[in-house]
Design a protein around this ligand. Structure first.
Ligand SMILES: NC(=O)c1ccc[n+]([C@@H]2O[C@H](COP(=O)([O-])OP(=O)(O)OC[C@H]3O[C@@H](n4cnc5c(N)ncnc54)[C@H](O)[C@@H]3O)[C@@H](O)[C@H]2O)c1
Length: 427
């Protein structure tokens, strides 16, 4: 019997670690439309920093073959003899927060063009329930001319990785799997079980597996919105929110969420996918969208708190020098997509503040390209009227705050990360 051969479509934060893992046991071809990404990966470098060079290089091979290993390409013919196609492309929203399925549809067209009888196409991108069978499978059928569940099959297995987290890596996270028939569900489950140390959970249907992923992130979003609301209330009452959360957290069933800016392309985006589908079914989600509204407004809120803090210390905000520590959407990770630090920066700029951004993780060119903002990976030897920590990168612990502060300057800590005696205000 021929050994399974896997194509991974989309080699980003999700696709690359998955491709590397499968490559330890299978012949894997990684396919991406971004030629720069292919060039960097084939040179043994991962700019997302999810894989260190040594780990990536240990599986790379120079040509697609039937032996174990990973070959990365943007050439369609290199994936044509695979029998599993796993799709890990982005699922963003537009400016009105409506799902953009274009990358999924395009990736389905790509796979449809090489699909053969007996192949299985597994989607990993986060979607609303129904997207695989109602939006993607028809594209596979149309392009390939093959019949679903007769000639080819589908699966859905959501990704649960947490970028920047070196402890919960892909093989150590239990994986939900599903298939378009009972037998295919078992096959998909066996495929993942062969590499995922933490094991798998076979969901009864693709829709169940899709729904399970989108509610994981929606639940986090709503819980964070709740503590963000608490922070707003307790700030008015001059009660320290973190002290309250620490005290409440001593109860066994109190959930340990912290206030903060909710950015990125998962927690801040996925609830909109669920909301859209709910609305299509005639239900207007109240809690899900209220959570989104609250979290989306936090950048503006934090900026107004910083301004209040500065005014109380007689610092003129207009013309002030403000140092922003962190522009990525989360700690110890270079990902700047949908970072909410930019909302805060925009509002501070509206008040006339001069902004300097220091982020040892963020790529300066990407920050300029995405947001038109200058950032630096090195800290400048200057003094500031306000220092605002937006992201808890470990490196910020090493900073000498006193040498960066003008006399009377304030320090605002969005993440409650710094020592209390350094800080003038926090969420
Ligand atoms: N990053 C995370 O933390 C995370 C965690 C769990 C789930 N997810 C979900 O996984 C999916 C992928 O996210 P990501 O963070 O890896 O995205 P990403 O932007 O890091 O990577 C996606 C890759 O797909 C490529 N691509 C886009 N369109 C393509 C196409 N038509 N054909 C081939 N390649 C294409 C891009 O060039 C890019 O390299 C999303 O649905 C996301 O919601 C992400």
């Amino acid at each position: 019997m021929r050994k399974d051969k896997i194509a991974i479509i989309g080699l980003g934060y999700v696709g690359l670690p998955l491709a590397r893992l499968f490559a330890t046991n299978y012949s894997v071809v990684g396919f991406d439309i971004n030629t720069n990404r292919i060039t960097e990966l084939m040179s043994g470098v991962d700019s997302t920093l999810e894989l260190d060079n040594e780990t990536l290089q240990s599986v790379l091979v120079n040509e697609a073959s039937d032996s174990n290993g990973l070959f990365c390409t943007n050439q369609l013919d290199k994936i044509k003899d695979c029998n599993y196609y796993i799709i890990t492309v982005p699922t963003p929203v537009d400016k009105n927060n409506r799902p953009i399925l274009t990358p999924l549809i395009k990736a389905s067209e790509t796979v449809g063009a090489v699909l053969k009888k007996g192949d299985i196409v597994i989607y990993e991108s986060t979607v609303y329930p129904g997207a695989t069978e109602e939006d993607c499978v028809p594209v596979l059928e149309k392009v390939s001319g093959l019949k679903f569940n007769i000639d080819f099959y589908a699966g859905y297995s959501p990704e649960r990785i947490n970028p920047g987290d070196k402890e919960h890596t892909v093989e150590k996270i239990l994986k939900v799997t599903s298939g378009s028939t009972l037998e295919v569900g078992e096959k998909v489950n066996d495929l993942y079980k062969s590499v995922i140390i933490a094991g798998t959970h076979l969901a009864p249907t693709i829709k169940v597996a899709e729904a399970s992923k989108v509610i994981e992130n929606s639940q986090r979003d709503i819980n964070i919105a709740f503590v963000n609301e608490l922070a707003k209330i307790f700030n008015l009452m001059e009660i320290n929110t973190h002290d309250v959360l620490e005290a409440a957290g001593t109860k066994w069933n109190f959930l340990p969420f912290k206030p903060g800016l909710v950015g990125g392309h998962c927690i801040g985006v996925d609830p909109y996918y669920l909301a859209q589908k709910a609305q299509e079914h005639g239900y207007h989600p109240e809690i899900i969208l209220a959570g989104r509204r609250l979290n989306d407004g936090m950048g503006d809120y934090v900026a107004s708190e910083i301004v209040k803090c500065m005014i109380k210390k007689n610092i003129s905000v207009n013309g002030s020098k403000v140092l922003i520590l962190g522009i990525t959407f989360k700690e110890n990770c270079p990902d700047v997509r949908n970072t909410k630090a930019v909302d805060l920066i925009k509002t501070l700029k509206d008040y006339g503040a001069n902004i300097t951004i220091y982020d040892p993780w963020a790529d300066e060119d990407e920050v300029m390209h995405e947001y038109g903002l200058e950032s630096s990976k090195t800290i400048q030897n200057r003094k500031f009227d306000a220092i605002v920590l937006t992201v808890s990168h470990n490196k910020f612990k090493e900073l000498d705050f006193l040498s960066l502060k003008n006399k009377n300057a304030i320090v605002y800590d969005v993440k409650n990360f710094l020592k209390n005696d350094l800080v003038d205000g926090s969420l």
